[in-house]
Design a protein around this ligand. Structure first.
Ligand SMILES: *Cc1c(COP(=O)(O)O)cnc(C)c1O
Length: 366
């Protein structure tokens, strides 16, 4: 068959080990998963309360325009409803943008390491991928600008960046955007924006107002705790949204997600509490790193990348056998690090204890 040639170079997404799998393999009762930046507190109880529904709820197609969620979100963000597009998770929004703009005749610019789906989708579309190495864990905006030429269709920015947790200060971001040609789409992935606490984090609503070539991507998967429902959204000027609408599947945002997301959105206290608790959790990891002399990037997300100066797979495996699933930096472009999702205070304490154990055992071996 005539598969696209570039598919041969791609591996399907490798999900982390499931909790059940790890339990069985190591004979453990309790597994703590700190691997995918999910919310350790789940979602707002108000969101789960919304789920009991009549059976027609399942039988009927969802509202393809996501009208109710669209209105709620537009009011919440203070934008026009036509400035929003919904995706089956941000992952799908990334796919839609790639499908709409990338061809073998174009190129696309992104940082590395960053969220892998930008590159993955670009390869599928046959576009040339221009990866610009992070500088001290941060986007090298000057080098990214230099990489843009007349064939560039999309520039991807991830702030806070996954997997480093670093962010792009607002003034630098704006300065960058001013220099990007107007016919180049700037995708600003802010999957973790609700976790940020710094004063100089950008305001994407303002940016979208000022730049017709910017789309901000957000998700209900992270702080809202709805990863399994698959719902994310883009914010841009209405002309941009209109232009990309044809690539959107008619019923891409499911009925559950549309319903539950409204309730999750309305529970501001839950979100505020998660942001606060996440800050306290990060402080636990910072203290651990300082004590052990490990380098790390200060994070504005709900995860932290810690450099253990040994093969990240080794740290991963050690933690796994003690019931903690994290991500090895090997697959993330930081081979001697692991990325740990900030959990509840107890979960953080637990995984830190095992990480200390790892360091001790290693020291006694050498
Ligand atoms: C988790 C994540 C996403 C994907 O989120 P979904 O809405 O669950 O598809 C997108 N971008 C970044 C940077 C992420 O970390």
């Amino acid at each position: 068959m005539k598969w696209k040639e570039q598919l041969l170079s791609l591996k399907p997404y490798q999900p982390g080990k499931s909790i059940e799998e790890v339990k069985r393999q190591f004979g453990l009762n309790e597994i703590i998963k700190l691997a995918s930046n999910e919310n350790p507190f789940g979602c707002s109880p108000k969101a789960t309360a919304a789920i009991s529904q009549p059976s027609t709820f399942f039988a009927l197609y969802p509202d393809g325009y996501a009208t109710k969620l669209r209105q709620a979100l537009a009011a919440d963000l203070n934008v026009e409803p036509e400035q929003l597009i919904f995706g089956n998770g941000s992952d799908e929004t990334i796919m839609m943008l790639s499908r709409a703009l990338l061809t073998p005749e174009t190129n696309t610019v992104m940082a590395t390491p960053t969220f892998p789906q930008y590159k993955h989708n670009a390869i599928i579309e046959g576009a040339e991928v221009r990866e610009i190495p992070l500088k001290d864990g941060e986007h090298d905006l000057n080098a990214m600008l230099k990489a843009i030429d007349e064939k560039t269709a999309i520039v991807w920015l991830c702030s806070p960046n996954n997997p480093t947790g670093t962010y792009i200060p607002a003034d630098k971001l704006r300065e960058f955007m001013l220099q990007v040609p107007e016919d180049v789409l700037i995708v600003l992935d802010e999957a973790y924006c609700e976790y940020t606490t710094v004063n100089d984090y950008h305001d994407s609503i303002e940016l979208v107002k000022d730049f017709p070539n910017v789309i901000a991507l957000r998700t209900f998967s992270k702080i809202y705790g709805l990863a399994s429902l698959r719902i994310g959204y883009g914010i841009a000027q209405r002309e941009l949204i209109q232009a990309m609408e044809p690539v959107r599947e008619p019923f891409n945002a499911n009925r559950f997600a549309q319903e539950v997301a409204i309730h999750a959105l309305n529970d501001k206290a839950f979100i505020e509490n998660c942001r606060q608790t996440n800050q306290e959790g990060l402080a636990q990891y910072y203290q651990f790193c300082e004590e052990e002399g490990l380098s790390y990037y200060p994070s504005q997300g709900n995860f932290i990348l810690i450099d253990f100066n040994v093969d990240g797979d080794e740290v991963f495996q050690f933690l796994l056998e003690q019931g903690y699933i994290v991500r090895s930096g090997q697959a993330l472009g930081f081979p001697t690090s692991v990325r740990v999702t900030v959990g509840s205070p107890e979960q953080n304490e637990g995984v830190i204890k095992v990480m200390k154990q790892f360091i001790q055992e290693r020291a006694s071996l050498s």
